[in-house]
Write a protein that binds this ligand. Structure first.
Ligand code: IPE
Ligand code: IPE
Ligand code: MG
Length: 271
């Protein structure tokens, strides 16, 4: 496949800001379809709720609540597209540093989200997995998340991973400890530890690596999200704040992904 120019990628990005460009853009995206490959695993850092709230002179918790509306739509759209896995960053191990009021609002939203969505997600055959340390959460939230995992555990559709009290470094430390225990117990030799061994001790075990990482709000950093799994991910950074992010913006990010030339350290085959 011929590599598509960065200029074309920029045009796709430009579609989000130029009024009246939408129709033209959907034509361009259609043109991409035969060559665009869908990612197997999409990870999203849902960022910008605070700035959205400030912009609209609303409370931070109102911003987070608006963000859950986007969350619903993006999960639905991912399911409709037939993407295999979606990992969403909802609450990091560092987010405890926010005010008690904001943390409380986010914890309440977790309960509200599952109360309103679990029936539909289960009906749609979505399998939920929580990435992160559930034991470090308040009991109500822990039970709600465990119940969502249990109830959907045998579903075979979209793999929906929600990162709550998640940190990439903490995940790697947990994996290292588990592997060390196996070595200590004589069940594994140190020289037999491979990349697969490590993968098998991550929350995402059994899932493909992240193909596409999207972070909204224009920030360009990982903030401790899926450090190991993002090793060869393609990154797309839409400017839109998370509450303003639409399925069309998501389509554009997917189209950009389709234009990327993934080499994994090798070389493209001669045309
Ligand atoms: C992301 O939005 C949501 C969480 C971190 C839970 P932010 O609250 O980080 O939004 P900004 O970055 O302040 O705009
Ligand atoms: C990352 O966003 C965490 C989530 C989206 C849940 P943050 O807004 O917390 O990250 P920083 O502080 O900008 O790096
Ligand atoms: Mg933020």
């Amino acid at each position: 496949m011929a590599a598509i120019s960065h200029e074309f990628e920029n045009q796709i990005h430009a579609g989000k800001t130029e009024a009246g460009f939408g129709c033209y853009m959907s034509e361009r995206i259609k043109a991409l379809e035969p060559i665009a490959k869908l990612p197997r695993h999409v990870a999203i850092i849902m960022d910008g709720n605070g700035r959205w709230a400030r912009k609209h002179k609303l409370s931070i918790s109102r911003g987070h609540r608006q963000g859950t509306e986007t969350l619903r739509e993006i999960i639905r759209h991912t399911d409709d597209l037939g993407i295999q896995a979606l990992s969403l960053y909802a609450f990091s191990t560092e987010n405890w540093n926010r005010s008690a009021e904001e943390v409380g609002a986010l914890m309440q939203l977790i309960l509200d989200f599952f109360a309103s969505e679990i029936d539909e997600l289960d009906e749609k055959n979505v399998r939920i997995l929580i990435l992160g340390d559930k034991a470090g959460l308040p009991e109500k939230q822990r039970k709600t998340l465990e119940e969502a995992e249990r109830r959907t555990g045998k579903n075979t559709g979209l793999r929906l991973n929600i990162a709550v009290n998640y940190g990439g470094r903490a995940e790697l430390v947990k994996a290292a400890r588990e592997i060390a225990e196996l070595v200590k117990a004589g069940e594994l030799a140190a020289e037999d530890i491979t990349e697969e061994t490590l993968s098998d001790h991550l929350y995402t075990r059994g899932l493909p690596d992240v193909d596409l990482l999207i972070r909204t709000s224009g920030e360009m950093r990982l903030s401790n999200f899926l450090l190991y799994q993002n090793a060869y991910a393609e990154f797309v950074f839409p400017e839109k704040l998370w509450p303003d992010f639409t399925p069309e913006d998501y389509d554009r990010a997917l189209a950009v992904f389709g234009t990327r030339d993934r080499r994994f350290g090798g070389r493209e085959k001669e045309a």
